[in-house]
Design a protein around this ligand. Structure first.
Ligand SMILES: NC(=O)C1=CN([C@@H]2O[C@H](COP(=O)(O)OP(=O)(O)OC[C@H]3O[C@@H](n4cnc5c(N)ncnc54)[C@H](OP(=O)(O)O)[C@@H]3O)[C@@H](O)[C@H]2O)C=CC1
Ligand SMILES: N[C@@H](CC=O)C(=O)O
Ligand code: NA
Length: 436
């Protein structure tokens, strides 16, 4: 039995996918039943590392998603449009879809999954978060007996690489970013990575699966790493922390979730503290499983294609045993509830002002006696309790004061900062970071 696959895109991930599909030896035997039927690209003249027969390649992507012979459309072209429209058209033509496109899923998941349920087909996306790391399917299947309470991830390799080098070499953000671009880790336009937007897309997807509801991307708090300085990395180190860009989704109460992305001081003893370079890791806490952590390569041709091909095989397996033919009363194919998306409501996200967390803050002040006391009084007036306050040294003729709080309500902490900002003795609030 042959299952015909149409690929949209033959870049990094598409090429990795074709390489696995063309080399099935010692992999799952079902791979031998997959046939690459068409591959859609932007340019037929581009030099390719793969030797594909010319009749497989086309620039007519519309013809792929409507081709009656194709069973599974694999969207690895990226971007929002035309990816969104092509996915929707493939679904309307009752094709199963595999995608690595976190940006499209995080923004258009609502209409894509609704269209998939109506058509009675699957949309699988293991590659969209953590690349090759299995995390989407474990959340849907292996962990489904658990009540998930927390998902915390390092889900962006570019920023983890930059922060790791800042930590180990003491360099500044700008110079290490330039290096990362030269090495091909960071893209020419690094905005989505360094401003936390890529991580926000990914945590929105993970939160949706973990908490069985849709997430509005606009409600995900997002802060990137551009403002992290060598001084913060050094102080964090002295205090026993490393700085990581964390993507966090947490059950706040029965009604509300926290979903946020921001640089965070992580205790060196925490399992995520030792996840370095371009590696990703996702720590999930559930009841009754406790903590479980997924670690590996979050990007790259081979690792990402590993996830894409496992999704293709999942669909091929269903088609092979004929489960795609079992229909409901209205004639729509009955979908496996552990593989398909079945929730339609939106989760309620708590405002950041209600978050209870520890903070690290660095102030540059006039070096007068009593400045530390004034800061302490202002924090106390806003119910912000301090764990430590140290005058770390003198920078540019100003006293550098580093504060770590106990758990406090973010709204209270911000009010204290507003007041501190207005003090004449305080020249600058140089940085404010949350502490895990
Ligand atoms: N790279 C990675 O490590 C990872 C990528 N992803 C996701 O996978 C997806 C693909 O990424 P990647 O492989 O890196 O992307 P690339 O830029 O390397 O490849 C994109 C491919 O899609 C084709 N393409 C793009 N736009 C069009 C269009 N309008 N019409 C026809 N063809 C088009 C390109 O054609 P042509 O070759 O002719 O230019 C190219 O083959 C993205 O959604 C990305 O976020 C997810 C995890 C990791
Ligand atoms: N740009 C991403 C790769 C794909 O998801 C990253 O740096 O992790
Ligand atoms: Na994955």
């Amino acid at each position: 039995m042959a299952f015909k696959v149409g690929l949209l895109g033959l870049g990094t991930v598409g090429t990795g996918t074709v390489e696995i599909l063309r080399d099935p030896a010692q992999r799952h035997p079902l791979l031998q039943e997959l046939v690459i039927h068409k591959v859609g690209v932007r340019s037929l003249d581009k030099a390719r590392s793969l030797n594909l027969s010319a009749d497989l390649l086309t620039t007519d992507l519309d013809a792929i998603v409507t081709d009656p012979e194709i069973d599974i459309v694999v969207e690895v072209m990226g971007g929002l449009e035309p990816a969104r429209s092509l996915i929707l058209k493939a679904l309307a033509h009752k094709k199963h879809v595999v995608t690595a496109n976190k940006a499209a899923i995080a923004r258009f998941g609502d209409e894509i999954f609704t269209a998939a349920s109506e058509a009675g087909v699957y949309v699988l996306l293991e590659a969209a978060v953590g690349g090759g790391i299995p995390v989407i399917e474990p959340l849907k299947q292996s962990l489904c007996a658990n009540r998930i309470n927390t998902v915390i991830g390092i889900v962006n390799g570019t920023t983890n690489y930059i922060l790791t080098r800042m930590q180990t070499e003491g360099g500044d953000f700008g110079e290490i970013l330039a290096d990362a671009q030269q090495l091909g880790y960071a893209e020419a336009d690094p905005t989505a990575d360094v401003d936390g937007l890529d991580a926000a897309d990914k945590i929105a997807i993970l939160a949706s699966l973990a908490f069985s509801g849709r997430i509005k991307l606009s409600e995900v708090y997002c802060e990137g790493i551009r403002q992290i300085g060598a001084a913060d990395i050094a102080y964090a180190e002295k205090l026993g922390f490393v700085i990581k860009l964390l993507a966090i989704a947490k059950r706040e109460s029965d009604q509300q979730l926290q979903v946020r992305v921001h640089p965070t001081l992580v205790p060196k003893t925490h399992p995520l503290a030792s996840v370095n370079d371009v590696y990703n890791a996702i720590l999930i806490e559930g009841d009754p499983i406790g903590q479980v952590m997924f670690f590996g390569r979050g990007a790259g041709a081979g690792p990402t294609a590993s996830a894409v091909v496992s999704d293709i095989l999942n669909i091929a397996a269903i088609l092979k045993v004929g489960r795609g033919q079992v229909t409901q009363a209205d004639g729509t194919p009955l979908l496996d509830p552990l593989l398909a998306c079945s929730h339609q409501h939106y989760c309620t996200i708590a405002p950041m002002s209600e978050l209870v967390t520890r903070f690290y803050a660095r102030f540059l002040t006039q070096d007068y006696p009593g400045v530390i006391g004034k800061l302490g009084t202002c924090f106390g007036d806003h119910q912000v309790s301090l764990e430590s306050v140290v005058q770390a040294g003198i920078r540019d003729g100003l006293a550098e004061i580093v504060v770590v709080t106990h758990d406090v309500r973010e709204g209270n902490f911000r009010k204290a900062l507003d007041e501190i900002q207005r003090m004449t003795t305080v020249a600058n609030i140089a940085s404010v970071l949350r502490v895990l």
